[in-house]
Design a protein around this ligand. Sequence first.
Ligand code: ADP
Length: 532
Amino acid sequence: MPEPAELARELARANELLESRARALDLAERRLADARTDARTLAATNERLNATLADARESLVSLRAELEALGTPPSSFGVVLEPGDETVDVATGGRVLRCAVRPDLDPDVLRPGARVLLNEALLVVGVVADLPAGETVRLVEVLDDGRLLAAGASGDEMVLLASAALDVAALRPGVTLLADRRALLASAQVPRSEVADLTLEEVPDVSYADIGGLGAQIEQIRDAVELPFRHRELFTEFGLRPPKGVLLYGPPGCGKTMIAKAVANSAGSHFLNIKGPELLDKYVGETERQIRAIFTRAKEHATSGRPVIVFFDEMDALFRTRGSGVSSDVEATIVPQLLSEIDGVEGLANVIVIGATNREDLIDPAILRPGRLDVKIKLDRPDRDGAAEILARYLTAETPLNTGGREPEEFRSALVAAIVDRLYARSEENRFIEVTYAGGDREVLYVADFVSGAMLAGVVGRAKKAAIKDLIDGGERGVRLDHVLAACAAEIGENEELPNTTNPDDWARVSGRKGERIVFLRTLVGSRQLTP
Ligand code: ADP
């Protein structure tokens, strides 16, 4: 057994030991806590540093871009031919280069046909969004591999790549394409009317019976067109050369188109309806091509034995007198070409050209020589009798009338007479336009000076519409007197011939006025007051 004193010593030693351990533990714990705190602080610092770094990187990139932009010499333009993975093939300055692309450019925009900017190092640095421009070529054929065989204005052929903007599957031969010849790339289709859109080829459904008045003119055109068609052998026997063409002239809306269609209908002929201004094309060589196509088509039809009428509406657009200063193109190329096409038609017995114009004064006299449009027919504005005849074509025995108990035929005549009186009266309310002539004289023109077949048809159309609306609203059936009178007033007010041009004299000639030059005009009716 150990001594109690020794036991006590041992206990004291053990206690000491324990205490020192406890102290050590305490120290260790404190250190751990400190370390933890340090770690947290460090993590936060780290995060901050990271953010700063990212910021710095970003500003570095933008600074570099700015620096680059500042230091970039003028860029050159190119057109993407073929996009690759990291490079694109670009046509620029007549060469094709494989260029690297700035990494931040969206590869999707680098499609064939895209216009791009190249820096000095020929790196593609940007895409330019602009409308494509170039020269026009005609598509000859889409090749099997999607490339395009095209022809230029002089007939030279080339094979082009199609830009992504082109729907190659929808392209028809003959359409016009915009091409960059040096890049050998077709960038877009140029919308334009083809011959097929300009013409209407079936036999028209207008007959002589639909035309009011104009009996003398109808006889003239029948003699010129139908007689030779029908009795060719008699013309040969009598040694008479049938006329090649007819020029119909007179103010707008007075039946020129109607007569041309009716003669085609009566002769059972094809009718190629060409609108002069639509044929005029801003692209060099295009109008000529269209004219050629029209006559080629006329000749094709003619060989089938059926007569063909080629009708040029608003022919003055194509045929302005040389020196009128309208367009050098028209004078230099289109007039001679049309003349030679018309001359070329001479050998074909059953092709006839009918021209129509409101501006006979502008037509090149060369077109009126024998063997060309050698029959001239004037269609004037209808007089009162003519107007009544035209009205009778629209207010027919079949038109539902609200006669108010009167005998229908008598009532119909009364309606016609009321319209004629209303339009032809030289009354205060019918003052239409005041013109000032170059010499200073003024003259008031009345509605009567502007009546046309189109206006009369318009009046009846309006009256019928009003009668239909009344009927729908539960009113009585049929056209009444107040319908036609209201229609007259409306038609006068909205007359399409009201001058809307800045050139009064031009307007006056279109309207069929001759004589002294008009320098000023003032509208006296309707909503369109031209000048104060
Ligand atoms: P333009 O002389 O300008 O060629 P249109 O023959 O096209 O005139 O006539 C325009 C419209 O006016 C015709 O569709 C028709 O409704 C009407 N019209 C003109 N003249 C007559 C007429 N003499 N008889 C019947 N309707 C006519």
